[in-house]
Design a protein around this ligand. Structure first.
Ligand SMILES: *Cc1c(COP(=O)(O)O)cnc(C)c1O
Length: 396
């Protein structure tokens, strides 16, 4: 079935992506960054749920040098979308993926001798000289060669004629907290490697350490490039990091009121009867639930309707939540409700939802499901179009 008919009736539950805000955020980030420092826009996991192709195209126009991704599929999706910019795969590659990476000019991070040998062999069979980035573990203890064991690996890479050591990177365990002690330990370990290489006359053109937190708070670690993810989407990595004024959230989540019930005193709402009315209440049903990524809470949180907070009552079901609209008498069937974002003077932030979930903002952004319709808007240029779950355009 082709859902891209213009008249296909869309589900009244959607994520709204303000590409004008995205562009503005990228402009503010670019303007804040010293001009020689390159910007690697991290667009893994569908650009944290915002749509990788849309985000990448705009980031490219706003001066991004290349893109950071996590999986081969993500990188191929951007190549097939026509992006020719450098794509850096940040995680670990299986051997079987390397040939694809070479064939499609996807840059990989290397951190152990075996895959360097394999990659070099594949690159020479393609008659290519392939850029690689050395991943150095300076204390995150996830991916990468230990900083105090990195030198032999560099020598191995330099000895391979089909490889070009384009970059060296590390990743901070803690960059957005007030205490920067460990981040500075990591920087010092990284510098140990760089210094030892310099003494041998070896220099690496692209050194990069910073995520959004490092970009904001560790300017001495900017080096040649920063890898910015969440900040593009208008969300600061923590509450204590430096703030750039004008950065605004890109994503909102909305649903229309699908039913209204009057509940009499003593009657309950929803599964397991976790809410019982003590007076007559007017309850709105919003067709969004944990199956869409809404946190599975009970009697906590709210939605915005007519610019007012409607408290959530009862539990969250797979496909529905119930909110109390007794104090919003003008609310009617199919009125718009905001479950994440702004309406009038009120706002439900990504952080509010993260607190409900007992988690982090990254988790909230990436967990909205693709069964939500994606609607792309641009409040600056006042245009709007809908996107299907497979991200094909459905209406102008
Ligand atoms: C995800 C990721 C980033 C981006 O982090 P943000 O905090 O979203 O800016 C940067 N570098 C690496 C290696 C990552 O995996």
């Amino acid at each position: 079935m082709n859902f891209s008919y213009e008249n296909f009736p869309q589900r009244p539950t959607w994520t709204e992506l303000d590409l004008g805000a995205l562009r503005r955020n990228l402009q503010l980030i670019r303007a804040d960054l010293p001009s020689p420092v390159k910007l690697l826009a991290v667009v893994k996991d569908e650009a944290y749920g915002h749509g990788a192709l849309d985000v990448a195209r705009i980031a490219l126009e706003e001066g991004a040098w290349g893109f950071g991704l996590s999986t081969l599929e993500e990188a191929m999706h951007l190549r097939e979308g026509g992006l020719a910019a450098p794509l850096l795969l940040l995680g670990e590659r299986q051997e079987a993926e390397l040939e694809w990476c070479v064939a499609h000019n996807l840059t990989v991070c290397v951190n152990e001798p075996h895959s360097i040998r394999i990659l070099a062999r594949i690159a020479s069979s393609f008659e290519k000289r392939v850029p690689v980035h050395l991943k150095i573990n300076t204390g995150m203890s996830r991916y990468g060669v230990r900083w105090d064991e990195a030198l032999p690996l560099v020598e191995q890479i330099l000895a391979e004629k089909s490889l070009r050591l384009e970059g060296a990177m590390t990743h901070f365990a803690q960059s957005d907290e007030v205490d920067k002690t460990f981040a500075n330990v990591q920087i010092a370990r990284f510098d140990e490697v760089i210094l030892a290489l310099a003494q041998k006359g070896i220099s690496i053109p692209l050194q990069h350490l910073c995520n959004s937190g490092g970009f904001l708070d560790l300017p001495h670690a900017h080096r040649d490039m920063v890898r910015v993810g969440i900040l593009q989407h208008g969300i600061f990595p923590s509450q204590v990091c430096r703030k750039i004024t004008g950065i605004a959230p890109v994503m909102s989540v909305k649903a229309r009121i699908a039913a209204i019930q009057t509940v009499k005193p003593g009657e309950s709402v929803g599964y397991a009867m976790r809410y019982t009315a003590t007076s007559e209440r007017r309850i709105a049903v919003l067709p969004i639930g944990y199956g869409d990524g809404f946190p599975r809470v009970r009697n906590e949180g709210c939605a915005l309707i007519h610019g007012q907070r409607a408290p959530l009552v009862g539990g969250v079901a797979m496909d529905a939540i119930t909110v109390d609209i007794t104090d919003i008498p003008q609310a009617q069937l199919w009125d718009e409700a905001v479950v994440m974002g702004r309406q009038g003077d009120e706002e439900i932030t990504v952080r509010d939802l993260a607190q409900l979930k007992n988690s982090v903002t990254y988790d909230v952004l990436t967990n909205w499901r693709l069964r939500l319709r994606r609607k792309v808007v641009n409040h600056q240029n006042n245009f709007c179009y809908g996107l299907n779950t497979d991200q094909t355009l459905i209406q102008k």
